[in-house]
Design a protein around this ligand. Structure first.
Ligand code: SF4
Length: 297
């Protein structure tokens, strides 16, 4: 079993069972399937693998306890405002859950969907157990009529304890003075340990993102206040001195909310000038390589 990147940039997991399934030796799984697979393997429920993937099953929803999701989803609220009750969930097979859309309908447009909270690309559902792929579908689908301009769902959030940096995979919450985050238009979230990983993600989104949707918001921490600021409007001093910032990844662009602060910062440097102050749109693959070249494909 291993993780690899698809040509379209999404991570995929390849599950290889040598000799066990001669016609199924290489199964490619989505982010959802990956989490489900790991949960199954972790629980020792190997026999359940034969039945996962939804479809079929009886038509009577079955109540389950817990629902097999990370704690952040356990009693979370869905897009339509209903709260998840872990003691009263349908099984995925009972509602013919599938990981693909049907007739243009998919979970991300359903009022029961709970959008991704930890940056792994999958969400949950207020009425169906387990992790839920935003591109999935089940027979309990009800269109969310609230529109796609729910600004709260596209705002910055507290970094979950278990969220790993989408670029370097360090735990983002371990670096409260440095971490950063982004959200895509489909509400998929990504978290980062530092501004260097955030700007790399912005520059080479296709390699690291779990979605093709546009980035709708990105936030970094002001180097002076360490408060989360709008990374789309921030000014970045292109620091290259690994000793000056003393940050987790050793080299990062230094973000500032105010350009005057960036000017002060480069003014105290022997190697930087005001020409080294850029905005987010300046980050392309070449500039990203200056900070995270070792992680680029
Ligand atoms: S389509 Fe089904 S599984 Fe998906 S969010 Fe709606 S009720 Fe939940």
């Amino acid at each position: 079993m291993g993780l690899s990147k698809r040509n379209d940039g999404r991570t995929r997991l390849t599950f290889i069972v040598a000799g066990a399934y001669p016609n199924m030796s290489d199964l490619t799984l989505s982010a959802l399937d990956r989490r489900t697979m790991l949960a199954l393997l972790g629980s020792g429920a190997a026999g359940a693998l034969a039945g996962c993937g939804g479809g079929g099953g009886d038509s009577t929803p079955t109540a389950t306890a817990g629902g097999g999701v990370p704690e952040a989803y356990r009693t979370a609220t869905g897009k339509g405002g209903s709260q998840r009750d872990p003691e009263a969930l349908s099984t995925q097979s009972a509602v013919n859950y599938q990981s693909e859309p049907k007739d243009g309908k998919q979970c991300s447009g359903c009022k029961y969907y709970i959008p991704d909270k930890n940056g792994d690309g999958a969400g949950a559902c207020t009425i169906v157990e387990g992790t839920i792929d935003p591109s999935g579908y089940c027979t309990s689908y009800v269109a969310y009529e609230g529109g796609s301009t729910d600004t709260d769902s596209l705002a910055a959030v507290e970094v979950p304890d278990d969220a790993r940096c989408a670029v370097c995979e360090m735990k983002a919450a371990k670096f409260p003075e440095w971490n950063a985050q982004a959200v895509h238009a489909d509400e998929t979230r990504a978290f980062f340990c530092t501004s260097g990983c955030a700007t790399t993600y912005y520059a080479v989104t296709g390699q690291f993102a779990e979605t093709d949707a546009d980035i709708a918001g990105l936030w970094v921490r002001d180097l002076n206040s360490r408060e989360l600021i709008d990374g789309m409007a921030a000014y970045y001093a292109l620091e290259t001195d690994v000793d000056r910032l003393d940050d987790p990844m050793r080299v990062n662009p230094a973000p500032f909310e105010a350009r005057a602060d960036a000017v002060d910062y480069v003014g105290e440097s022997e190697s930087l000038t005001e020409d080294d102050i850029v905005e987010l749109t300046a980050f392309d693959r070449e500039l990203a390589a200056q900070y995270r070249g070792q992680l680029l494909e």
